[in-house]
Design a protein around this ligand. Structure first.
Ligand code: PLP
Length: 399
């Protein structure tokens, strides 16, 4: 008989203590007020390099107005899963708008980019199928692959030759095959070699799927994403995007053929078993896509890119390594995780919020700060942030 009455969760305490000892334990930073380029976290005014709010849409007037309007006309909740009674006219209108924007037959909105990826891969593949996946693909893709129970083969990051090696190895595979990649990689900011991967998919008869979470609203005409940016229209069967980053609200979507979308209505588990978006969020996203396709949206994207070039050039001048980034995602490489976290802590004390990422978000020994530039950062703030990053970085011998 157990008389000590031990807490069966006590091993969590030990693991947390271990993280603490290694300098890897963190507390959540709390934002007071709005998500903006200059913001108030944990009682402190900081230059905010932590958000994915690329275009500053989290606080955009037109989006606020749309959200409030939808609450007036449609209430605050969908009240049911989409497949039972929770599909509103607003949901259908947004999906049509997204499909048109992306130039595909149809689209379906999920509760998040995470569920869009995981739900789609798990729905379309089964245990007899095969997945070819870039080693730096997002966690939601990896989880979707695991959930599908398909065989998973991982190719070296952006390495088309390595991917072709796997294609050849599996040429006689009898099940379905999926080639899947991020469009823009979320921790390094580099862009997938889509045209070459599409050619492989065509040559070896694979379904081609791209997760464009960090490209939508950032790359391509009016932010149409990497497929548009790299001229791959009609070659990608499944395009995933998020409504949580540049779009400024929350959710994810899948674009493709009418049949693909119809199939997902019937088989994607997050779509079937979790309630649809509230009207305010749907209306916010509709307003965001309208804005992207207007001159005001174009102007924001232009500003995003000029701020990005300015910021990355300054950091390089100070001697930092920003790796292989080609987008506003700006890794500042440190190496050791404890040092990256210390770097971030000291920056915060000096008025710059640039989060550190370590294992398991990035491989061990590749810890970094991940600074995100937006269209709404002021030039002077970016300049000031670079100077502080340089000063603190020198103190820690990063440069
Ligand atoms: C952020 C991200 C997602 C998840 O999107 P959410 O809408 O936040 O769930 C999926 N894929 C990639 C590559 C991402 O960076």
């Amino acid at each position: 008989m157990n008389t000590t009455n031990q807490n069966p969760l006590s091993y969590l305490h030990d693991q947390l203590a271990d993280m603490e000892a290694k300098g890897l334990h963190f507390r959540l930073r709390v934002l007071e007020g709005e998500q903006r380029a200059a913001a108030h976290f944990d009682g402190k005014d900081v230059i905010n390099l932590g958000s994915n709010n690329y275009l500053g849409l989290t606080t955009h007037k037109a989006l606020r107005r749309a959200a409030i309007g939808a609450i007036r006309t449609h209430g605050v909740g969908a009240g049911a899963v989409r497949t039972i009674a929770g599909t509103m006219d607003l949901h259908m209108a947004l999906e049509e708008q997204i499909a048109k924007f992306k130039g595909t037959e149809a689209s379906v909105v999920f509760q998040s980019g995470f569920t869009a990826n995981a739900g789609t891969v798990a729905a379309i593949l089964g245990k007899d199928d095969l997945i070819l996946s870039d080693e730096l693909n997002h966690a939601s893709i990896i989880d979707g692959c695991r959930l599908s129970r398909a065989a998973i083969k991982v190719f070296k990051h952006k390495d088309v030759a390595d991917c072709e090696r796997l294609c050849k190895e599996t040429e006689s595979w009898t099940g379905h095959k999926l080639l899947i990649t991020d469009g823009v990689f979320s921790m390094d900011g580099d862009i997938a070699p889509l045209p070459a991967l599409c050619s492989l998919a065509e040559k070896y008869n694979c379904i081609m799927m791209v997760d464009d979470a960090h490209a939508s609203g950032v790359l391509g005409r009016n932010g149409r994403g990497t497929v548009d940016h790299l001229g791959c229209h009609g070659r990608v069967h499944i395009q995933v995007g998020t409504l949580s980053k540049a779009i400024g609200a929350m959710g994810g979507y899948v674009c493709g053929s009418r049949e693909l979308i119809d199939f997902l209505y019937h088989r994607a588990r997050p779509f079937l078993f979790s309630t649809g978006h509230p009207p305010s969020v749907v209306a916010t996203c509709q307003a965001a896509f309208s804005l992207l396709d207007s001159p005001a949206g174009e102007k924001l994207i232009k500003k995003l890119w000029s701020n990005t070039k300015f910021f990355q050039r300054r950091l390089k001048k100070f001697g930092f390594s920003t790796g292989s980034t080609e987008t506003p995602i700006t890794p500042i490489h440190v190496g050791e995780a404890a040092k990256a976290f210390e770097f971030s802590r000291r920056l915060f004390e000096s008025g710059v919020f640039a989060p550190a990422v370590g294992f398991p978000t990035v491989p061990e020994g590749k810890a970094r700060l991940r600074a995100m530039v937006t269209a709404t950062h002021k030039r002077a703030d970016l300049e000031h942030a670079c100077e502080i990053i340089a000063e603190v970085g020198r103190g820690l011998s990063v440069v």
